[in-house]
Design a protein around this ligand. Sequence first.
Ligand SMILES: Nc1ncnc2c1ncn2[C@@H]1O[C@H](COP(=O)(O)OP(=O)(O)OP(=O)(O)O)[C@@H](O)[C@H]1O
Ligand SMILES: C[C@@](O)(CCO)CC(=O)[O-]
Ligand SMILES: [Mg+2]
Length: 379
Amino acid sequence: MEVKARAPGKIILAGEHAVVHGSTAVAAAIDLYTYVTLRLPLQSAEKNDRLTLELKDLSLEFSWSLARLKEALPNDSRTYPPSTPTSCSTETLKAIAVLVEEQNIPQEKIWLSSGISTFLWLYTSIVGFNPATVVITTELPYGSGLGSSAAFCVALTTALIASSSCSDKARGEGWTPLDETSLDLLNKWAFEGEKIIHGKPSGIDNTVSAYGNMIKFCSGEITRLQSNMPLRMLVTNTRVGRNTKALVSGVSQRAVRHPDAMKSVFNAVDSISKELASIIQSNDEISVAEKEESIKELMEMNQGLLQSMGVSHSSIETVIRTTVKHKLVSKLTGAGGGGCVLTLLPTGTVVDKVVEELESSGFQCFTASIGGNGAQICL
Ligand SMILES: Nc1ncnc2c1ncn2[C@@H]1O[C@H](COP(=O)(O)OP(=O)(O)OP(=O)(O)O)[C@@H](O)[C@H]1O
Ligand SMILES: C[C@@](O)(CCO)CC(=O)[O-]
Ligand SMILES: [Mg+2]
């Protein structure tokens, strides 16, 4: 049996980092996807006793015998049914780390370790010790703020959950969303996966990847937003690598050192996100130009607060300075520290000149369609 699934990346319009500390954030799915193909051999097929993970874009393959997995993993990965998402215990995570280490990941790709650990945890928890080949490809840059880790977790859990329930569905319908119950379940599992990669995720990235569209998110509570205005963003990848786990932990440490000041910063971000959400949804008589002017100002303030949390970077500042010369406002998106920057493109903006200048500095620019599909399977 073969199941194909995909899940989108995301942009955060306002509220990253502060959302980990209980503030509101606004995020939207983008039309760049991670794809997972899950091949489960038929019972009668030739003897297959391996679990294989192929990362096609990177030309890497990892493979474990089922006997080795059973021997290495403590029982807790089999204690709960797939319908009960559970966190990976420290003991299991240690055992998984040994299994990942045995694969001799090339040193220059060692950042993949957390992704591969997550794969082993999600696969064995949901499918058990059954043979399969899982093939992954992605259109998202790795570790750049566009939610590559969440899209990976959501696409994987979509394929794993669907493999146990989609056999009776009509085939030939192309990309199809899952029902709400399956989405809720796979999103909970994806959050458990994000915990392995991020340490302390808020859950916003996996949630927007699973459900798609544009959402307001606060302490796990989701409000789906209906945009009443055109919203165009230029995405600039600084190509500076960074790691969300380290950045999130850096902000938490700053919050421990300066609790009152950081509380005020997080409160200010909360107000910005709420105001942004209400502008996007508003159907008052306010003109689009006025709304764009307000969004511009809110993005500028949000960037200032992200800088005060310590997650900006000289490459991000360069993008901001370059876009300001073209009267455009930018903010980092995702965890910062490098990665991607968003630039609001008000109606009528011609991007050629600013893109040319950004690309001549070595950055990569693209526009992504905002607020589209969430997790889907291909029937
Ligand atoms: N397609 C993939 N295959 C395997 N591992 C992946 C894949 N995509 C992401 N990962 C894992 O996720 C890690 C990147 O996650 P990280 O959270 O740091 O960045 P991001 O999700 O792209 O950005 P942000 O969290 O700011 O949106 C990689 O180092 C890797 O371990
Ligand atoms: C930095 C952060 O706020 C967003 C990363 O895309 C982390 C999180 O919310 O889990
Ligand atoms: Mg991530």
